[in-house]
Design a protein around this ligand. Structure first.
Ligand code: HEC
Length: 193
């Protein structure tokens, strides 16, 4: 081996060792990538908290039903006054709130002795296409007589749902008192303009 080639070999060794050492340092310096980035983990936690908070803000079923009875009662008096656009509005609100209840709790635990799961979505589908739809038709036809009979039949359907969820004590009846005092039911009212 010439002196030169010995020098070359030594140099190669030194360079190789240096590159190796550098690589090792580099590799050690690289943080191991976490499965979930730190920022995403924080977001997930916030999201979880938001879901809990939003769930706590959803009104209970009894509250939604209080709205149903409010609109349903107003519907009766709007129709008595032959205020058909207002009746239509109250009908839509009634139906919309029942749908809200179902969206929130499509199935519900009966409060009866069996505590069985009840599919109230299915129950309402039957009502929506029969007794509730008949009320809608009577309003559209502005037919007071038909309205009165369909309204009463629908009350029986309201009750059928209450019974199926083990609450037979929630027995509806024909409204006896107008509860709405700030909306004028009179379709001929002239004030305010
Ligand atoms: C698809 C099922 C379903 C239908 C249809 C339904 N309800 Fe209900 N209603 C319920 C359930 C469930 C409750 C009990 C909620 C609870 O216990 O938290 C209830 C409760 C009520 C309450 C008691 C609210 C309270 O806490 O004082 C009234 C009033 C009421 N409903 C009126 C009506 C009227 C009027 C109709 C018909 C226009 C109707 N409901 C149709 C399911 C239904």
């Amino acid at each position: 081996m010439t002196q030169r080639s010995v020098l070359q070999s030594v140099l190669l060794l030194v360079v190789g060792a240096a590159v190796g050492a550098l690589l090792a340092i580099e590799l050690r310096a690289q943080p191991t990538a976490p499965a979930v980035p730190a920022t995403a983990a924080v977001d997930l936690k916030a999201l979880e908290a938001d879901v809990v908070r939003l769930k706590s803000l959803v009104p209970p079923n009894a509250h939604i039903m209080m709205d149903v009875q409010w609109h349903w009662t107003n519907l009766w008096y709007a129709a008595q006054a032959k205020n058909w656009p207002l009746a239509q509005y109250q009908f839509n609100e009634t139906r919309g709130h029942i749908l809200w209840l179902i969206k929130k709790s499509p199935t519900m635990k009966s409060s009866g002795p069996e505590k069985e799961e009840v599919n109230i979505e299915g129950i309402f589908q039957g009502i929506d296409t029969s007794s509730l739809n008949d009320v809608k038709a009577a309003i559209a036809a502005k037919d007071s007589v038909k309205f009165a009979t369909t309204y009463k039949t629908m009350l029986e359907s309201c009750y059928s749902c209450h019974k199926s969820v083990g609450r037979p004590y929630l027995r509806p009846m024909m409204p006896t008192m107008q509860v709405q005092s700030v909306l004028n039911m009179d379709p001929e009212a002239t004030w305010p303009q």
